[in-house]
Design a protein around this ligand. Structure first.
Ligand code: HEC
Length: 100
């Protein structure tokens, strides 16, 4: 009985661990669709904003731009994107780096 319970607990942990990564990546993708695609295009091909696919910026630089803004940039990136948490910014930056 005890062993069955332990096995179930292990199984649940293993399952949630294996699900954690794709879910994380999907979050970045969902955020991108909701908050970036209108300007940068659904595939990052560029629209009002420049193309992001194949960008030479690192994920950290992208996350920084989103959370801090850059005075040298045009809106909306002059200032931080207010509706984006640091975690969201990191996830969406990682997603941007997967666009090819
Ligand atoms: C309202 C339109 C708009 C939205 C929404 C928007 N961007 Fe931008 N983005 C721009 C424009 C315009 C530029 C060019 C700014 C400049 O170069 O001065 C830019 C530039 C960038 C750059 C710099 C590209 C480079 O090569 O220097 C990155 C990275 C970026 N955006 C990521 C994002 C991400 C990720 C999101 C979603 C969280 C987002 N942007 C949302 C319009 C937008």
């Amino acid at each position: 009985m005890r062993i069955t319970k332990a096995l179930i607990v292990l199984l649940v942990i293993a399952l949630s661990a294996s699900l954690a990564l794709p879910v994380f990546a999907q979050d970045g993708g969902a955020t991108y669709k909701a908050k970036c695609a209108s300007c940068h295009g659904p595939e990052g091909q560029g629209k009002i904003g420049p193309a992001l696919k194949g960008t030479s910026l690192t994920a950290d630089q992208i996350a920084d731009l989103l959370t801090k803004g850059n005075d040298a940039k045009k809106p909306p990136h002059k200032k931080a994107l207010a509706s984006l948490s640091a975690d969201d910014a990191k996830a969406v930056a990682d997603f941007v780096k997967t666009l090819k």
